[in-house]
Design a protein around this ligand. Structure first.
Ligand code: GDP
Length: 313
């Protein structure tokens, strides 16, 4: 397979996915990469439509992301939210002033009836992003987390308001059964030489995308996932905790098992080399890499490794 003429589709959630997507975007020309982003954790707040994963991916690709948090904008100010707080309004979801501008303009255009994919395309152009970023659907899909303590919670209530502390019992993706895939994404998947599942939360970042696109994944092409679990722990967020609470061992092996119906290749962190054989015994090609991305160079290096693994066949 000739790497120079190849096209890749990367499935991504927020921070972990955005980092690898950024690495890929740094080494691939724009026409070689489509990034398909989870919208299951989108929600409405203050009457605004907020798309946290889409914004994290776009801010990261544009070099606008906050380097400390991985989400939100760099050089952000918080005056609007401070005012909301002073007025007694809800301040549990942190919205910076510049970020608010994104939600205002997106909501204005959505209310005019414009599709999220077209709005995202224009925002990308304005932010100088050359690679194609697509929301997984123009129709709303909403991830609901079933918890032991509070029953069903909309994703952001679980994740931010309750700081992902409730014990999870399961997930459902409201609207996914009828959400229409983006035609450009279906075409990109059909023409892709490989699909990359970024190191995002399998349960709440990648599964919602698969809920819409599983029928469109190419059958005879490499599908490679990078483990978001290293040494039995999530680099950030509740991924490992979710596995444990669902009665599944939190490990990279469980991630491979989770994606097994789709996977041809799996990238395991060097720290988990001991799991190599047991994952390979599932009929999956296993590759070792340093998968922690602290710096921009780490992102590029992991992206290079992933492309090399794809083309090593
Ligand atoms: P969220 O929507 O912000 O939670 O973002 P994601 O779903 O993309 O990311 C959360 C997952 O990414 C977690 O399971 C993390 O363990 C994983 N993750 C974050 N940074 C890294 C990294 O540098 N390397 C790897 N391998 N996984 C990461």
């Amino acid at each position: 397979m000739a790497r120079l003429t190849s096209h890749y589709v990367a499935l991504a959630g927020g921070v972990g996915g955005a980092k690898l997507a950024h690495g890929l975007a740094q080494i691939l020309p724009p026409q070689a990469l489509t990034i398909l982003v989870n919208t299951g954790d989108d929600f409405e707040h203050f009457g605004l439509t907020i798309c946290p994963d889409l914004d994290t991916v776009c801010y990261t690709l544009a070099g606008l992301a906050n380097p400390e948090t991985g989400w939100g904008r760099r050089e952000e100010s918080w005056r609007a939210l401070e005012n909301v707080r002073r007025l007694g309004g809800p301040d549990w979801f942190r919205l910076g002033d510049q970020d608010l501008g994104t939600h205002l303009e997106r909501t204005r255009r959505l209310r005019e009836g414009q599709p999220l994919s077209a709005i995202t395309r224009d925002f990308c152009r304005a932010w100088g992003i050359a690679h194609r970023v697509l929301p997984m659907s123009d129709d709303p899909v909403r991830t609901i987390v079933t918890t032991e303590e509070y029953g069903d919670l909309p994703f952001q209530e679980y994740f931010v308001r309750y700081a992902w502390q409730p014990r999870v019992r399961g997930f459902r993706f409201q609207g996914a059964a009828t959400a229409r895939p983006i035609p450009e994404a279906v075409k990109a998947l059909a023409e892709a030489d490989a699909i990359i599942l970024c190191p995002s939360n399998p349960w709440v970042s990648i599964d919602p995308i698969l809920a819409v696109y599983a029928p469109y994944l190419p059958k005879a092409k490499p599908v490679i996932a990078v483990s978001p679990i290293i040494g039995g722990q999530a680099v950030k967020g509740p991924a490992a905790k979710m596995f444990t609470e669902l009665g599944i061992e939190a490990s990279a092996r469980s991630v491979a098992e989770h994606y097994r119906p789709y996977l041809t290749d799996f990238v395991l962190d060097q720290a988990d080399a001991a799991l190599q054989e047991s994952i390979a015994s599932m009929g999956i090609r296993v590759h070792l890499a340093q998968t922690l991305m602290h710096t921009e160079a780490d992102r590029r290096r992991l992206a290079e490794d992933v492309l090399n693994f794809i083309h090593q066949r």
